[in-house]
Design a protein around this ligand. Structure first.
Ligand code: ATP
Ligand code: FE
Ligand code: MG
Length: 335
């Protein structure tokens, strides 16, 4: 089975062809980061405009790199939501047009299901499974007892981890997106400021990062008023330590309580070196198989959408020409 995936939920215009839900045949990502950088974040109107300009080229390139004709495809999978409404619409409309023109079934994929299924491009999923989804818009622990079954057992009550990374980076005058810069500074640091760990109620798998973010902001503000110079790497390291410690501890506790056979990480923040190291060490010690996709599959891409879309297609879950972008789409089980 060959599936064309299309992703335009945020600031990457992406198309990819995946074989049997597991093998990348081609994977094209046009990033808009340079255009959004000077605004310190993604500007929805600019994102939409870029998607319009790029989408046809990106789809054509995905076919060309795969050396395939549209007739050789079995389905088109597209990110239906969540995301920026204007951005989603461009991908959904391109997918509808492509599916219609080539008489192909259309599959609408939840962006986070895509992030989770990125792992399947590397190794087969073993159930029951725990997925740590940690990205620019989400931080959640998802329990999966089988393919297409998603139970969110914990999630952030305020900011997503990536959002907190980006905001802290901004106060440190680091370029957007800030996550990789904080990661780099934290690694090069010879010290770390002690910021709070937010655990919430005993036994909760939820997260909260806005308190930590405020603690960092207050610390910077107070230091400035006292005329102190704070080494930015100490702030970066302190912030990262707090995020990594809490996320690792909660993921580990959930994996044990739910007796999962595999833990996978997904989303842009899963690219974080500190987090990768900490999670790998924790799960190795417990003897629980743990996987993180390579960096290029952690951040937004269309191969992950094709991977998830293939399983949906195999289950007979297809959409139709009435499909629309769903900015507030909720992750629910398939079928
Ligand atoms: P969502 O998937 O929730 O809709 P998104 O698509 O914007 O949100 P991703 O593209 O998955 O999110 O990830 C982007 C986020 O990942 C940004 O917040 C970025 O700062 C963060 N990020 C990328 N690399 C790293 C890193 N090495 N360390 C920490 N954060 C990182
Ligand atoms: Fe994403
Ligand atoms: Mg992105």
């Amino acid at each position: 089975i060959y599936v064309l995936g299309i992703e335009t939920s945020c600031d990457e215009t992406a198309a990819s062809i995946v074989k049997n839900g597991r093998e990348i045949v081609s994977n094209v990502v046009a990033s808009q980061i340079e255009s959004h950088k000077r605004f310190g974040g993604v500007v929805p109107e600019i994102a939409s405009r870029h998607h319009v300009e790029q989408i046809t080229l990106v789809i054509e390139e995905a076919l060309q790199r795969a050396q395939m004709e549209p007739q050789e495809l079995d389905a088109v999978a597209v990110t239906e939501g969540p995301g920026l409404v204007g951005a989603l619409l461009i991908g959904v409309n391109a997918a509808k047009a492509f599916a219609f023109a080539n008489s192909l079934p259309l599959v609408g994929v939840h962006h986070i299901a895509g992030h989770i299924y990125a792992n399947r491009l590397e190794q087969e999923m073993e159930f029951p499974l725990l997925a740590l989804v940690i990205s620019g818009g989400h931080t959640e622990l998802v329990y999966m007892k089988e393919h297409g079954s998603f139970e969110v057992i914990g999630e952030t009550r305020d900011d997503a981890a990536g959002e907190a990374y980006d905001k802290v980076a901004r106060t440190l005058n680091l370029p957007y997106p800030g996550g990789p810069h904080i990661d780099r500074l934290a690694h090069a640091s010879d010290g770390a400021i002690d910021f709070p760990r937010v655990w919430l109620e005993e036994g909760s798998y939820d997260f909260s990062f806005s308190g930590l973010k405020s603690a960092v902001l207050n610390y910077m503000h107070n230091a400035k008023q006292r005329g102190e110079v704070v080494p930015p790497e100490h702030v970066a390291a302190g912030f990262q330590n707090s995020v990594v410690e809490v996320v690792t501890a909660k993921a580990l506790r959930a994996a044990k309580e739910y007796k999962v056979r595999q833990v996978i990480a997904a989303g842009g923040v899963a690219a974080n070196k500190g987090l990768r190291t900490s999670l790998s060490a924790a799960f190795e010690q417990q003897g629980i198989p743990f996987f993180i996709p390579p960096l290029s599959l952690c951040t937004d891409n269309a191969a992950m959408i094709a991977a998830a879309g293939t399983v949906m297609f195999e289950k007979g879950i297809t959409g139709n020409m009435a499909m629309n972008g769903r900015p507030g789409m909720v992750l629910s089980s398939w079928g």
